[in-house]
Design a protein around this ligand. Structure first.
Ligand code: SF4
Length: 99
């Protein structure tokens, strides 16, 4: 039986566009990927796990002072944000395209 008559093959094809868009997006294209500004340096990180930003209650600014993050989620939360600092990392399931 060729692919054209194979129902499973047809169903799989429906998933391909979504998988493709996930594969091509990187953290740097995501709304939650921001610059975190400290006194001495600015680093990149992801704020999706900070409630106010993650549920889009507040607009996500492109630059966030480090103290704002510490106030909201503490030092552990900050560390979590900074774990996702690679702009070229493949996007996760919470990816939201930057406007
Ligand atoms: S793709 Fe995921 S890990 Fe990367 S910045 Fe967006 S929410 Fe964070």
């Amino acid at each position: 039986m060729g692919h054209k008559n194979n129902v499973l093959w047809e169903k799989h094809r429906l998933y391909l566009p979504d998988m493709r868009s996930r594969a091509i997006h990187r953290c740097k294209h995501c709304k939650f990927f921001v610059a975190i500004r400290g006194k001495a340096e600015t680093r990149r990180g992801c704020v999706v796990n900070i409630k106010a930003y993650g549920n889009l209650e507040k607009p996500v600014p492109p630059v966030i002072p480090v103290m704002d993050i510490i106030k909201r989620v503490g030092l552990e939360g900050l560390e979590e944000c900074l774990k996702h600092s690679d702009p070229d990392a493949q996007s996760c399931g919470q990816f939201t395209l930057k406007q």
